[in-house]
Design a binder for this molecule. Structure first.
Ligand code: F6R
Length: 613
């Protein structure tokens, strides 16, 4: 969602804030702003639109080189998209400025209270209420410390927040605090940077401290001190970032989405590195505290996730049920948190989240823990809220994913889940030879993915031919159904076209009513087993005028003449085939989006991590 940043040090703050905002822009981006404290005055600068617009305004008009400031990219929640609603927000009298990620749920009540005390409001936001509450508490006792004034205010706030606050009264200090919204302090040399996202600080320092819920910190150029809202003294744990700055740069690609699709061979290699067993018949995960006995005696596995991560879990279900023969439930995290899902005595819960910050997934994790279950996380983000709240977990090591539409993070989730299926299977039904074949397939994955990446040109040509069609149906059976779902989601997200997915045979039970000359049907039919049945389904849609793109494996030999388009991927083990099958669909979505003039890296209405309900 929104990105927040703050700088205090010895350099001019403006450029550093803008650089950080630009690196976080993938989080949320309908408007952006900074505020710098210079010569005793807070100077705000805000613009609707991209950070580039703000940067232009900064170079043209901004002449304030103060060494302390805050910044924000906004994804509107309270109030429309306007300069007035953009952050930072200033208190009446301009003593304080704030950037805020989250929602103050009781803001109406606080607003009314403040209005009764003479405060006036210029925006429709909950954030402006919060900064005036801080001013109110400061005025009640101007002798108190900055942190105390903020702490007192936050005690009255219901809702969620990650905040950074700047003040003319305390010119060398930033106050930051969090509740259900990420915040970290990057520890530099005679400078410190606070941000909601490691991408914003990675250029300046790799040493970070993640705040926990209910913590508040005072940050100066040379120091920081963390306490809790009730003035407790928590222990700060220093983390080393494993993100490279080049992850957040385009490196010659026109878009992050394309760069990240092409990064997949390396990403999948990283997901697997050091994770095969000594005998090469299984896998191992250093971070997983469950024993082989735990896995063997598990009566059920439950996955909770959202969006693409949910699709990855559906694939995990297929692999685990097929190879390890344990029943697997996959729940939308947003649904699980509010329902009393029946679970077994030995159910193991996995939450899967690229960002590690998705609020629904975090709430599902909390709910499962509340019920006494062990919860493990699969996430890409070291130190994220979910990584820290789970008992333990598996990191994806995919590097920062900047494109809003998930590509490399999705395939790395698939890779980790396939490896997990193998691990569990080897404690149960799978023999060593089958394990060895599985490992061999996984080891071959990066090289095979490279071959699939050669389809870029072919998929671009197909996008050229079909991008003007009105409706797209993605159809796949068994292991290819989650891939159909993901292909349709990608196309919706980055090309804004009507794309739906169904299990292939299910199409006859209703969705076929949608099929006409204006429909393109993409059959993800890379399994030989189902080819004859799929071929009949293809005839059914062709008879109704639809265009057909069929994705098959190299080992499927048939007369290609009746099909509009046949795309071939290398034949492979079922443990990796879904990973290969999704890549042509990523390309198709990307090129279709480009041809339709969409901003594929920052699609409308979407944000990279959804930290509000
Ligand atoms: C789709 C996409 C989203 C996310 C979903 C969960 O391209 O990126 O559907 O997969 O919002 O996000 P994480 O994995 O960060 O919990």
């Amino acid at each position: 969602m929104c990105g927040i940043i703050g700088y205090v040090g010895r350099k001019s703050a403006g450029g550093i804030l803008l650089d950080g905002l630009q690196r976080m822009e993938y989080r949320g981006y309908d408007s952006a702003g900074i505020a710098v404290l210079d010569q005793g005055t807070i100077w705000p600068l805000k613009r609707v639109g991209k950070v580039a617009t703000l940067t232009r305004a900064y170079s043209e008009n901004f002449r304030h080189s103060g060494t302390i400031g805050i910044g924000h990219t906004r994804w509107a929640t309270h109030g429309g998209v306007s300069e007035q609603n953009a952050h930072p927000h200033l208190s009446n009298g301009h003593r304080f400025a704030i950037v805020h990620n989250g929602i103050v749920e009781n803001y109406e009540k606080i607003k009314q209270f403040l209005q009764e005390h003479g405060y006036v409001f210029f925006s429709e936001t909950d954030t402006e209420v919060l900064i005036n509450l801080i001013d109110y508490h400061y005025k009640k006792n101007p002798a108190q410390s900055f942190i105390e004034a903020v702490r007192k205010s936050l005690r009255h706030v219901e809702g969620t927040y990650g905040i950074a606050v700047l003040s003319t009264v305390y010119p060398k200090e930033l106050i930051v605090a969090r509740k259900s919204s990420p915040l970290l302090i990057g520890i530099g040399e005679r400078e410190n940077i606070v941000a909601s996202d490691a991408a914003a600080v990675a250029r300046y320092t790799k040493r970070v401290i993640y705040l926990n819920d209910g913590e508040i910190a005072s940050v100066t150029a040379d120091n920081f001190s963390i306490s809790t809202l009730d003035a407790g003294a928590p222990k700060a744990v220093l983390h080393e970032l494993d993100w490279e700055i080049r992850d957040s740069e385009l490196e010659g690609y026109p878009h992050y989405m394309l760069k990240e699709i092409f990064e997949q061979p390396t990403v999948l290699e990283n997901a697997m590195r050091g994770r095969f067993s000594e005998d090469d018949c299984s896998t191992k995960f250093g971070g997983l505290p469950i024993t082989l006995q735990d896995l063997r005696s598990a009566d059920r596995i439950l996955f909770c996730a959202c969006g693409s991560a949910y699709h990855a879990c559906l694939e995990g279900k297929f692999w685990i049920e097929k190879f390890a023969r344990i029943p697997v439930d996959v729940e939308y995290a947003s649904e699980f948190r509010y329902r009393n899902a029946p679970m077994g005595q030995h159910t193991i819960v996995f939450v899967v989240s690229q960002s590690g910050e998705t609020i629904d997934t975090l709430a599902a994790l909390n709910e499962a823990q509340r019920r006494g279950y062990r919860v493990l996380a699969i996430t890409n983000t070291v130190g994220s809220t979910i990584a820290r709240a789970a008992e333990a977990g598996i990191y994806q090591h995919a590097g920062v994913e900047m494109g809003v539409a998930s590509t490399k993070a999705f395939t790395s989730q698939l890779t980790v889940l396939s490896m997990l299926a193998l691990l569990i299977a080897r404690t149960r039904d799978m023999d060593a030879i089958a394990g060895q074949q599985y490992v061999r397939a996984l080891r071959s994955l990066p090289e095979t993915v490279k071959e699939v990446l050669d389809l870029s040109v072919e998929m671009q040509a197909l996008a050229q031919k079909y991008h003007h069609y009105k409706r797209f149906l993605f159809l796949g059976r068994q292991a290819m159904y989650p891939i159909a779902l993901e292909g349709a989601l990608k196309l919706k997200e980055v090309a804004y076209v009507d794309a739906q997915a169904y299990p292939t045979a299910e199409m006859k039970h209703g969705p076929i009513a949608l099929v006409s000359e204006e429909t393109v049907c993409l059959f993800i039919a890379t399994q030989r087993t189902f080819w004859e049945k799929t071929a009949s389904n293809i005839q059914e849609v062709r008879a109704r005028g639809a265009k057909v793109i069929v994705i098959v494996s190299d080992d499927q030999i048939f007369d290609e003449r009746p099909y509009d388009e046949v795309v071939r991927i290398p034949a492979a083990h079922v443990g990796i085939k879904p990973i290969l099958s999704v890549i042509p669909l990523q390309f198709f979505a990307y090129y279709t989006g480009i041809l339709l003039g969409c901003d594929v890296d920052r699609p409308r209405n979407l944000a990279k991590s959804v930290t509000v309900e």
